[in-house]
Design a protein around this ligand. Structure first.
Ligand code: ATP
Ligand code: PH2
Length: 183
């Protein structure tokens, strides 16, 4: 399979969440589907955390994680691929902040700010969410120092509420099996 060449590709950070069905299997499948796209490479993944629901409280606990992609796709196209992946994996939109088989958010794309009806970058609610910041801080590299992104995440994480509602679920999403098979 051809991969984005280093010179023309950008790094993109994404957040993944799931709180219905086989949560860990769905997270893994979402990453697998993104990786299968010829213009996307999954470069790094964070550990998976189990997190208490935020915003809309009467719903099951989430699994949350973050990943770094390299892609030659424009951010708008990358978001479309992510939304299609959500749909393929059974995402139904009814309650705002409510339960979902999978949620894929585009957090940050190297060198890019955007504010359109369909896509805002960086993600506008990213800094308010411990369930996003904690996994992000696990995978953000020194390279992001110069852009200020790393400092932003580290500072936001220090002050944020809700860290006590987060516990490590598994360190490696690729090695975890289906949630309901006991593997
Ligand atoms: N950075 C972004 N990442 C993902 N979606 C975005 C972004 N900026 C704007 N959107 C838009 O937000 C719409 C709704 O997304 P979604 O249903 O996943 O929201 P949500 O997960 O319920 O809430 P939140 O956006 O607060 O996480 C998407 O259709 C997309 O067009
Ligand atoms: N713990 C947790 N809570 C949430 C989450 C999520 O991914 N994890 N997603 C939401 C909608 O974006 C609303 N609340």
């Amino acid at each position: 399979m051809s991969r984005p060449s280093t010179s023309e590709a950008s790094e993109a950070y994404i957040a993944l969440g799931a709180n219905l069905g086989d949560r860990q299997g769905t997270l893994r499948e979402a990453l697998h589907r993104l990786e299968m796209h010829e213009e996307i490479e999954v470069v790094r993944t964070s550990p998976v955390y189990e997190t208490v629901p935020v915003g809309y409280l009467d719903q099951p606990q989430f699994l949350n994680m973050a990943a770094v992609l390299r892609t030659t796709l424009a951010p708008e196209v990358l978001l479309q691929v992510m939304l299609e992946t959500e749909n393929q994996l059974g995402r139904v939109r009814d309650i705002r902040y409510g339960p979902r088989t999978v949620d894929l958010d585009l957090l940050w794309v190297e060198g890019m700010t955007l504010d359109t009806p369909d896509l805002t970058l960086p993600h506008p609610r990213m800094l308010e969410r411990a369930f996003v910041l904690l996994p992000l801080s696990d995978i953000i590299t020194q390279n992001e120092e110069s852009s200020g992104f790393r400092g932003l995440i580290t500072t936001a994480l220090q002050d944020i509420d809700g860290k006590e509602g987060i516990r490590l679920w598994t360190t490696n999403v690729w090695e975890c099996g289906s949630e309901h098979s006991g593997s």
